[in-house]
Ligand binder design. Structure first.
Ligand code: CA
Length: 237
């Protein structure tokens, strides 16, 4: 049986290593990310079973990562907070974190909570995760495998192109502004040009649309942004 993967996103290396040692002894495979952006990348690369997420992180805040992960998946997220204020923040923002511990915490307590969350999640996920694969007509998005197929043929998308397509297709018919897409994919702290979004959308269309000028999937909503349209035969499975 393969080990359950747990991702720790924590910039205090000593704390991260301590948690890692403890969880490794308990039989988990543990990945550490020392900043927020790395954390998000590692989350997508390793597809962990659970994420332990510090709130105050360089580059991308834990609250933001929590929001992004929750958009894509139901995996348990356990937040680490340094202050009482942070706990209020976790609760009030409705970020969808499953649990939290306040520093300093006992490793035994943390591990007990990790196990409780994993048990709960395993029970829940005996119901198939609807977000593993999105299928709209002849377009199929394998969210966990980071792969897109058109009529069964694998389409070569860059990581950002995939993330944009996956993001839009996860909320069909919902209109997103270019700013929202930019924030979602690149994060708040990156300096960048909003036109990057336009460029990426164009590239995605060239790859997945038969007629990129007359797209079936990613529609332009003039003056607002973009939305994903799956057509009437869209199914999620
Ligand atoms: Ca921190």
């Amino acid at each position: 049986m393969s080990k359950d993967k747990i991702l720790i996103v924590e910039d205090e290396k000593e704390i991260a290593e301590l948690i890692k040692d403890y969880l490794t002894r308990e039989g988990y495979e543990v990945i550490i990310s020392l900043d927020g952006e790395q954390g998000l990348r590692d989350y997508r690369r390793h597809v962990p079973k659970l994420v332990i997420l510090d709130i105050m992180l360089p580059k991308l805040e834990g609250t933001e990562i929590c929001r992004i992960i929750r958009n894509e998946s139901n995996i348990p997220i356990l937040m680490l907070s340094a202050k009482k204020d942070d706990v209020d923040k976790i609760l009030s923002l409705g970020l969808g974190a499953d649990d939290y511990v306040t520093k300093p915490f006992s490793l035994r307590e943390l591990v007990a909570r990790v196990k409780a969350q994993l048990r709960r999640y395993t029970l829940l996920s005996s119901v198939p995760d609807r977000k593993n694969r999105l299928k709209y007509g002849d377009l199929e998005i394998d969210c966990k495998g980071y792969t897109v197929y058109l009529s069964g043929k694998k389409i070569d998308l860059s990581a950002k192109e995939f993330e944009i397509l996956n993001f839009l297709a996860s909320s069909p018919q919902q209109v997103f502004t270019r700013e929202q897409i930019f924030e979602q994919i690149w994060g708040f702290n990156e300096f960048g040009d909003i036109n990057t979004v336009t460029v990426h959308i164009r590239k995605i269309r060239e790859k997945i649309e038969r007629e990129p000028a007359n797209p079936r999937f990613i529609k332009t909503v003039w003056g607002v942004g973009y939305k994903f349209e799956g057509g009437t035969d869209g199914t999620r499975n």
